[in-house]
Design a binder for this molecule. Structure first.
Ligand code: ZN
Ligand code: ZN
Length: 413
């Protein structure tokens, strides 16, 4: 049993480093981790050196300390960003250090924390880290997000299990949706997934739809305009040097950017949204000329409103992503309470920052040029799920032809 787990953990570390980061000889990857993830982090460090890394620089966070600080530190702290942390991200950017990070913190870590502190921290850390994260979203260096269970997260995903039992169940679910069986062949299986995603992206790119119209029985009726020269992408990305990497494992989505000023109608969430350690449930957003003009949530409305109030750009959509209902993640029937997984269970949008690569040449445009091309700009990027089993999406081409993209929750091609 222990041996089987070790084999899977090793297969997972290798998948993250070999397919996710695709570490090249001489590079110095950084690993953003958590003290509780040390076993996986060490396997990843070893895998990086096996690939010829020059060095590996880890950074360990600690959920307990994060929460204590949010609850008990001097409120002024949240409006500051320490210079040594700014120096660190600047150094990593200079090195073009590939970045591996893990999601898995307690989804309710910041429950009960004054939302003003969370907002202040987000505002203070935004501008100093902006160059680094701009380079990341523009794929200037390789990056990948993996996952590691914590008891708090596992107990949310498996409410009838406790402690270690819940963690074991969540590990099994993660391995299963990452197509890890212990036979060491996960890397090859992911090559096939990437091929299917590439075939569909090519079809979508060929159509160059003017708009997509979303409808389902929840009441969603939304028209989303797409920018000229938009690019549907998914699976792998490339750095300017041509190094292929996979930003998210697992990934099932094909995504592009909407025109920030071209979204109209109402969209209902299909799944709850875990945000800043809180849950937002049963919500809809109303759009006019791209802007969110009304918000309603059955639970967590204040948290959702504050996220949308982060900046002006957070009032507009920055991502439109297509995920078939018939995906390994949806088929597990598990709500992971974690975006990395749940966003791959369902078609989704994000309000906030668009990926510049979603418009041809977008990475090399100035901020003003990106906006003119239709790409939204914001300090935040929040995914929310809208795909249901009866979702239909119809694309309209620039010459007025209507082509089904989704029927009954799945790709029409
Ligand atoms: Zn997405
Ligand atoms: Zn997203």
């Amino acid at each position: 049993m222990v041996q089987e787990f070790e084999a899977k953990l090793n297969e997972y570390a290798r998948l993250l480093v070999e397919v996710g980061l695709n570490v090249q000889p001489g590079q110095t990857p950084s690993i953003e981790s958590n003290v509780e993830f040390a076993a996986l982090t060490r396997q990843c460090v070893a895998a990086c050196f096996d690939r010829g890394a020059r060095n590996v620089v880890p950074y360990y966070g600690d959920d307990f300390i994060t929460r204590e600080s949010f609850l008990r530190a001097d409120p002024a702290v949240f409006g500051e960003y320490p210079s040594y942390m700014k120096a660190r991200v600047d150094w990593l950017l200079e090195q073009k250090s590939p970045r591996l990070s893990f999601t898995g913190s307690n989804p309710e870590l910041l429950k009960g924390v004054d939302p003003a502190r969370i907002q202040a921290r987000r505002k203070a850390s935004g501008p100093p880290t902006r160059p680094y994260f701009d380079a990341l979203t523009a794929n200037k260096f390789q990056w990948c997000v993996g996952a590691h269970p914590t008891p708090a997260w596992a107990e949310k995903a498996f409410p009838d299990k406790k402690g270690e039992e819940a963690v074991d169940a969540l590990w099994e679910a993660i391995f299963s949706v990452c197509r890890i069986t212990g036979d060491g062949k996960a890397v090859e299986r992911w090559r096939q997934v990437v091929d299917t995603i590439a075939r569909r992206a090519e079809i979508l790119n060929g159509h160059q739809f003017k708009t997509l119209r979303y409808a389902n029985s929840l009441g969603t009726d939304l028209t989303v305009a797409l920018p000229d020269n938009h690019v549907w992408a998914g699976g792998c990305d490339h750095t300017p040097e041509g190094v292929e990497f996979m930003p998210n494992i697992p990934t099932e989505e094909i995504f592009t950017a909407p025109r920030w000023d071209g979204v109209d109608g109402r969209v209902y969430a299909a799944l709850p949204l875990a945000m800043d350690g809180n849950l937002v449930k049963d919500f809809y957003l109303d759009f006019k000329g791209g802007r969110i003009v009304d918000v309603h949530a059955g639970q967590g409305e204040e948290i959702l409103r504050r996220a949308i109030d982060t900046d002006e750009g957070a009032h507009y959509l920055g991502e439109v992503a297509l995920v078939p209902c018939d995906s390994p993640i949806r088929n597990t029937g598990i709500l992971f309470f974690n975006t990395l997984f749940d966003e791959n269970a369902s078609c989704h949008f994000a309000f906030g920052e668009a990926y510049p690569s979603c418009v041809k040449g977008g990475e090399d445009m100035s901020e003003a040029e990106q906006k003119a091309a239709g790409l939204n700009r914001s300090m935040t990027h929040v995914d929310f799920m809208v795909g249901t089993e009866d979702l239909s999406i119809v694309g309209t081409t620039h010459d007025g032809r209507e082509i089904p993209v989704f029927t009954n929750g799945n790709f029409a091609f």
